[in-house]
Design a protein around this ligand. Structure first.
Ligand SMILES: [Zn+2]
Ligand SMILES: [Zn+2]
Length: 527
């Protein structure tokens, strides 16, 4: 099967001026100028005139929760609700469509943007939900509220009689929901999430499963549906010592959301100094440096990728210390070879960044966290004051040589590769911006590298035909934080491949292909 695309713009380091590309049986066989495409048209099964469209490697979303993402797509989604009243109204309208014994598992509320400034209570959920079992996760997934019917499973550590759950209580509720909701509904949700990814030019994703997020039986469903739809799935399970699951579930590692702490929005991220909006409270570290070291050591010795969810500066200190202890035991080279990964890495100082670089750790980061919550008036500033300036330091990480992989943490932020690239390039803190090109690389090649694959995420002869085709009216440029560099780089002699000017809008995906297989196609796009 041969496909030839002509008259477009092909993003490739192999030829910055390529306008055409040929694929044979799932592999790039040639790219170059339209005038050289002639021989590849002979015998092609499909020749498409791109009419100026852009071809790039497909995005890799390095941090997704597919069931939760799908639940928000096809169920109740409270993301963006502007008041507590609106959220309760939405819940009431949704609940009214469901049987009385239904379980409602929804997410996305953020009390920091509500005039009421507080989460809903169990009593309010009882009223709006008509007495049904209701769990509403806060947008960051690290706390939530439950209706009275769920209180028996929540009671204990982390439960507040108002209905708010965090830490252990949040985990117990999520655990119970997994079994209450069951595989049929999960299957529908996961499929919806995979279809949404394909439609956004995301050809590969890393599923960040963990005991506190959902039952492990979700993983075979994710794998089966990904195979059915043609997406590349990399599965992680965040549980220390769970080596028995590696083979059973085909895991890439014991990494992902293995929580070293919580999240800023829920005030469960572990901080060195108290939260700005709650004196004497410094969040919660869930793992000691010794526990972190133990996980890294046991994984490294088995050549298994280890990793953690880590956000606050205290948690990052624990992580750095844990990796140092592990290095003393197994040696730096073994750590580098195992290519461990860390999720979020939001409040990290120079010393810790240097440790991560030395240990060859990949930083799996979410640029939309800064996009949504950074800046002087954002949620981070409310929670941690001036410390927001140093958060999500993509520029510092990249300058230190830490490999960056981008993800959405969907449903925490929406799926969307270009949105993340734009957020990194236009970081609220100017010194932490990276170029559009570096950001794009973090969202393509970086994702593959985070999964231990070094030769993917780029379009060049003999690489996989894993790509997306984009409709964009924006100028194709080299966009950097420094305008003088941008002006120089658009000179064709600079030989730098170009990407859309993201200040002029977001490219729309018209086709996504993974290993030669079309996994998404916009209707009638090539006519
Ligand atoms: Zn996480
Ligand atoms: Zn996550």
């Amino acid at each position: 099967m041969r496909t030839l695309l002509t008259n477009g713009s092909v993003y490739s380091p192999a030829d910055p001026h390529a306008t055409a590309i040929a694929f044979d049986d799932g592999v790039v066989t040639w790219l170059g100028d339209d005038t050289g495409a002639g021989p590849y048209a002979d015998g092609a099964d499909e020749v498409i005139d791109l009419d100026g469209k852009l071809v790039t490697p497909a995005f890799v979303d390095a941090h997704v929760h597919t069931a939760g993402t799908g639940a928000a797509l096809i169920g109740l989604d409270l993301t963006g609700t502007k008041s507590l009243t609106e959220a309760l109204d939405k819940l009431a309208a949704y609940a009214a469509t469901l049987p009385a014994d239904a379980v409602i598992d929804s997410a996305g509320w953020d009390e920091t943007i509500w005039p009421e400034g507080r989460p809903p209570t169990a009593v309010e959920l009882d009223r709006a939900g008509g007495g049904r079992r209701v769990y509403l996760s806060r947008i960051d997934g690290h706390s939530g509220v439950i209706s009275s019917a769920l209180i028996p499973v929540a009671e204990g550590d982390g439960f507040d009689p108002s209905g708010r759950v965090e830490r252990g209580a949040n985990h117990r509720v999520r655990d119970a929901l997994g079994d209450l909701i069951g595989p049929e509904q999960r299957r529908q949700e996961i499929e919806a999430a995979l279809r949404a990814m394909a439609a956004k030019g995301i050809g590969a994703f890393h599923e960040m499963a963990a005991p506190h997020i959902g039952p492990i039986w979700e993983l075979p469903i994710v794998r089966e549906l990904a195979e059915q739809l043609g997406l590349s799935a990399t599965l992680y399970w965040g549980e220390p010592g769970a080596f028995e699951h590696l083979g059973t579930y085909g895991l890439a590692g014991l990494a992902g959301d293995l929580n070293a702490d919580g999240a800023i929005g829920s005030r469960t991220a572990a901080l060195r100094e108290p939260y700005a909006d709650r004196a004497d409270h410094r969040g919660h570290a869930y793992l000691t440096p010794e526990q972190i070291a133990e996980h890294v050591i046991t994984c490294t010795e088995r050549n298994v990728q280890a990793g953690f969810h880590c956000i606050g500066d205290q948690a990052m200190d624990n992580i750095a210390r844990g990796f140092e202890l592990a290095a003393e035991k197994v040696g730096i080279q073994a750590l580098v070879a195992a290519r461990h990964r860390l999720e979020h890495v939001e409040m990290v100082d120079e010393a810790t960044i240097a440790t991560l670089a030395r240990c060859g750790v990949v930083a799996s980061v979410q640029p939309m966290f800064d996009g949504l919550w950074g800046g002087p008036d954002g949620m981070y500033a409310e929670r941690v004051g001036d410390r927001w300036h140093g958060m999500n330091p993509f520029g510092s990480l990249a300058r230190a040589g830490v490999v960056l992989a981008f993800g959405s943490d969907a449903p925490v932020t929406e799926l969307g590769g270009w949105e993340a690239v734009r957020a990194a390039a236009f970081h609220h803190e100017p010194s932490e911006r990276i170029t559009v090109r570096a950001a794009f690389q973090a969202h393509t090649r970086g994702g593959w590298r985070a999964a231990g694959i070094d030769d993917a995420g780029v379009l060049a002869p003999s690489t996989a035909a894993t790509y997306a085709i984009w409709q964009t009216d924006a100028d194709l440029v080299v966009q950097t934080p420094d305008e003088r560099v941008a002006a120089w780089s658009t000179d064709p002699r600079a030989g730098v491949p170009v990407l859309p000017d993201l200040s002029q809008g977001t490219p729309a995906c018209v086709r996504t292909v993974v290993g030669g297989r079309v996994v998404y196609e916009a209707e009638g796009w090539s006519q």
